[in-house]
Design a protein around this ligand. Structure first.
Ligand SMILES: [Zn+2]
Length: 108
């Protein structure tokens, strides 16, 4: 099992905490765009330039950071819409939890 850097886990946690503060009736793609933007910002605060790419999670954060830097929120929107796993809130939650090796969220 690959152990994730606590800074990468902080980025995932920030993403999930963002969802906890979002209105329940918010569009699911908008929810994900905001969640990914927050995780990118948190990840970026830990590094002077780009962060490391040692694990799949770090590679994902680096990829999303590049998309955000080059294309802004429009790029994140396109990325999320193009990846079905990211456009479903529950599936995205489960994906992030798996990446961080956190307990999977229940249905509620
Ligand atoms: Zn999410």
């Amino acid at each position: 099992m690959v152990k994730e850097d606590p800074r990468a886990l902080a980025a995932v946690l920030a993403h999930e905490l963002t969802h906890a503060a979002q209105p329940f009736d918010m569009d699911c793609v908008d929810r994900e765009v905001e969640g990914h933007r927050i995780s990118i910002l948190v990840w970026g605060t830990f590094w002077k330039r780009r962060g490391p790419v040692r694990t799949a999670l770090e590679q994902e954060l680096a990829y999303e950071t590049r998309i955000f830097e080059e294309e802004g929120e429009d790029g994140l929107y396109d990325l999320i819409v193009s990846e079905p796993a990211l456009s479903s809130g529950v599936r995205a939650l489960n994906r992030s939890a798996r990446a961080a090796r956190l307990p999977l969220p229940g249905r509620y």
